[in-house]
Design a protein around this ligand. Sequence first.
Ligand code: SF4
Length: 77
Amino acid sequence: MPTHLVPEQGGADNGGVKTQGPPPYCPRCIHYFVTWNPSFPKGCRLFGLKSRRLPSEEVRAANGRDCPSFTEKSGLK
Ligand code: SF4
């Protein structure tokens, strides 16, 4: 599990991930894409959102928890 994702203590039924440190870095995630819209350049295909901020920041702001769906792209250094 990436170090930025910390399972909630005793919270097995909520599927959530507590926030700790910076949110997942979306550009390393398979669900991330660049929209080419200068107003909303960062997108997440999984959540169907486009934003000025990282999509993971939007998820944290909306849910109070970090995105549980970060999936690192293969082949990254
Ligand atoms: S799934 Fe989560 S980590 Fe991946 S791009 Fe979307 S918001 Fe970011």
